[in-house]
Design a binder for this molecule. Structure first.
Ligand SMILES: [Zn+2]
Length: 302
């Protein structure tokens, strides 16, 4: 009896040792495996990164913003080819509002990653400049001081600080139909009579010359249709766009043409690159605006 008891005790002890050893092993291994599990197999962790959950939360957030009575200002990162209409309706506002607040002169100037300020009320979010006060801002936008304070949820007596946003209900920026087709370019030759740089004779210059580095992107001055894209004597590589009310614009001496005849372009969209093709003494853009075929001074339409 004693012997059997002793054998049983030994067996229990050995089995116990094996178990303790096994657990110890698991314990030793666990820190490494736990991290892996957390990253790769923990369902809760993965669920919070699930796109559908994120989208649902975002939809809910936007629904709240759209229906709030007070002004809500939010950051938005623009994604390529996204329509401003879609963004505007998400926030319960309109395209004019987005363009005004962000000073977007042309849709064609938007790019992926551009930071936009969006808000749920129609109108303009105006950044206060040095020296401006509630009185001067109210006067500038033809609003009463009371209306501005009310629209901005400010108490009876309040003075806006430089750099602060003031919401101007129903106010929009108005941009010209045409824009300068290149950034930071200098007019090196104006419109009208001039001594031609190559022929040395008095000749009517039907456009303006804009100096910029070889390869600089050239942008459509206005929304329009490409009616010519190719080589033209004198102009070199030339793009002609057709716009509203009989207007056409010409972009000459390009090094590269980036649009095809028959396609539509947005104002600000890249249509080619600066070059020195055709009759030219160096890289520049020859830019013309014509009304019913007659050249007009481009500086008068910007
Ligand atoms: Zn020219």
């Amino acid at each position: 009896m004693n012997k059997i008891f002793l054998i049983l005790l030994t067996i229990i002890f050995v089995v116990g040792l094996i178990f303790i050893n096994l657990f110890a092993n698991i314990k030793l291994k666990s820190p490494k495996t736990n991290i892996k599990e957390l990253v790769y197999s923990n369902s809760l962790y993965i669920n919070t990164r699930d796109d559908t959950v994120e989208n649902l939360l975002e939809d809910l957030r936007l629904k709240v913003i759209r229906n709030l009575d007070r002004l809500v200002i939010s950051d938005y990162t623009y994604k390529n080819n996204e329509s401003l209409n879609t963004i505007a309706s998400m926030y319960g506002t309109d395209v004019n509002t987005i363009c005004s607040t962000n000073y977007i002169e042309a849709i064609g100037l938007l790019y992926t990653g551009k930071r936009l300020v969006v808000h749920n009320k129609r109108g303009l979010l105006y950044k206060v400049k040095p020296g401006e006060t509630l009185t001067t801002i109210a006067k500038k936008f033809k609003k009463s001081e009371e209306e501005l304070l009310l629209a901005n949820d400010k108490p009876g007596i309040y003075e806006f600080q430089t750099g602060e946003y003031v919401y101007i209900p129903g106010a929009y920026l108005r941009f010209k139909d045409f824009m300068v087709p290149m950034f930071n370019s200098k007019i090196t030759s104006g419109f009208g009579n001039r001594i031609h740089p190559i022929f040395g004779v008095l000749k009517f210059h039907e456009g303006i010359d804009l100096k910029q580095k070889y390869g600089t992107p050239v942008r459509a001055s206005c929304d329009g249709k490409v009616i010519f894209a190719g080589w033209a004597e004198g102009y070199g590589k030339l793009v002609i766009l057709k716009h509203f009310k009989g207007y056409t614009t010409y972009y000459g001496h390009l090094s590269k043409i980036r649009v095809k005849v028959g396609t539509y372009v947005n104002k600000g969209q890249i249509i080619g690159n600066v070059g020195a093709t055709g009759w030219t003494t160096g890289p520049h853009l020859h830019f013309e605006v014509r009304k019913n075929g007659v050249p007009v001074d481009p500086r008068k339409v910007f």
